[in-house]
Write a protein that binds this ligand. Structure first.
Ligand SMILES: Cc1cc2nc3c(=O)[nH]c(=O)nc-3n(C[C@H](O)[C@H](O)[C@H](O)COP(=O)(O)OP(=O)(O)OC[C@H]3O[C@@H](n4cnc5c(N)ncnc54)[C@H](O)[C@@H]3O)c2cc1C
Length: 375
């Protein structure tokens, strides 16, 4: 079957963003061959930083670059072109993207896995002490060069904010780490997790003397507040506020949800443009709720790979990513222990941290081997 719009066989497949799902697509190409004559991946960095190991790096359990996936190496092994650059504009009807350096790349079929953007300044306001967790590579570079802090505020009560609060509290090699305040906002701590997990996390926060504030944070007249309470003096403000939609997606003419994320159907295909796919944090499934998290981006990867293979062969996509009723979340508490959450179940201890290490390292090793490293 030919492309219904151009009436010709699609030739050039463009992956935009080297995110968690696209590395699974590259893995599929290494194992099963390229689905077309020409495939390109456009992404700003040769490596993907796996967010799961970032809190462990901050608390001193991993080396800085232990959580990297060699996207350029995977592309090379797959026979795809690695194009270093950042998409700044997409014209879906013209089938063209423009990069931040003004290059133009044409495509027949494109897939977006660029993640979301930081929202710190939009939500909190301007402040030189503000460090956004997104993009995660910039976050790592900022933390790496950050001098010692006496008092840090982490804004965001999701799993990322919780893990970072624990990690920063345990950052210093000294016995007494920096004072850490976790500001969860009015949505409260871990709103998507069970009561038992919330209780275990609150207990651990209190044990490690991390203050928890359940008001919304804002920066007003140069001061950080939780509701009406001033949190000053604070040296560093970490914003872990969840993903925002990139402007170039909002402005593209692609169908989006209310927040501006690319609206996709159950095959991860744009609801407005059949030749464009999107996955991970940049996408918004319209048939069901799929939260923005690394777990879903990882599991949707093989489904996307199968659907891209189908459309490049001129067929309709058939595969659907169906999230399990619950996923295992493992949150490090920075002290060599971790808390596990699975539906209503909760477990904690050193063995949970060992399990997290095993799962994270297995995932990273798989890609290191595929990219041609030793793993
Ligand atoms: C500190 C922290 C800890 C976390 N821990 C967990 C966890 O334990 N479990 C979990 O499930 N989730 C976790 N998350 C959330 C998780 O990181 C994201 O949900 C996940 O990274 C989304 O994957 P993705 O493939 O959509 O995008 P990303 O992983 O963000 O990858 C996107 C890629 O695209 C590239 N890119 C960005 N913009 C462009 C552009 N314009 N053009 C081309 N390429 C571009 C980026 O450089 C990057 O390589 C955590 C987040 C943080 C901040």
């Amino acid at each position: 079957m030919k492309d219904p719009v151009t009436r010709r066989q699609p030739e050039h497949l463009l992956l935009i963003g080297g995110g968690h799902a696209h590395v699974a697509v590259l893995a599929d190409w290494i194992r099963n061959g390229l689905p077309c004559d020409r495939a390109t991946i456009l992404t700003p960095s040769s490596h993907l930083r796996y967010s799961g190991t970032v809190p462990g790096w901050i608390s001193g359990h991993y080396a800085r670059d232990e959580g990297l996936v060699d996207v350029a190496g995977l592309a090379r092994r797959a026979g795809a072109t690695f194009h270093e650059g950042r998409c700044s504009r997409i014209e879906p009807d013209a089938r063209m993207v423009e990069t931040d350096t003004g290059e133009r790349i044409e495509f027949d079929i494109a897939s977006l896995d660029t993640g979301g953007v930081g929202q710190a300044r939009d939500v909190l306001g301007e402040d030189p002490r503000l460090v956004d967790v997104r993009p995660i590579q910039n976050f790592v570079e900022r933390i790496d060069t950050l001098g010692p802090s006496r008092r840090i505020a982490v804004i965001g009560g999701g799993a990322g904010g919780v893990e970072l609060a624990f990690a920063l509290r345990n950052r210093s090699a000294d016995e007494r780490g920096p004072d850490v305040i976790l500001v969860s906002g009015e949505a409260g701590l871990l709103p998507d997790f069970s009561k038992s997990v919330r209780k275990a996390v609150e207990k651990q926060l209190s044990k490690q003397l991390i203050s928890l504030m359940k008001q919304d944070a804002h920066i007003t007249a140069g001061g950080l507040y939780a509701g009406r309470t001033s949190l000053e003096p604070v040296d560093t403000i970490i914003a872990a506020l969840g993903s925002g939609a990139p402007d170039w997606v909002k402005e593209s003419g692609l169908a989006t949800d209310e927040a501006g994320f690319a609206a996709v159907d159950r095959h991860q295909r744009s609801t407005s443009h059949a030749h464009i796919f999107a996955v991970g944090d940049v996408a918004s499934r319209q048939d069901r709720n799929v939260p923005h998290s690394g777990v879903h981006a990882v599991f949707a990867g093989p489904v996307l790979a199968a659907n891209l293979r189908a459309v490049m062969a001129g067929q309709e996509p058939r595969d659907t990513y169906r999230p399990r009723w619950s996923n295992l979340y493992l949150m490090s508490t920075g002290d060599g222990r971790a808390i596990a959450s699975y539906g209503p179940l909760c477990a904690k201890g050193r063995w949970v941290s060992r399990l997290k290490h095993f799962i994270d390292m297995r995932w990273l090793r798989k890609y290191a081997v595929l990219a041609g490293g030793s793993g």
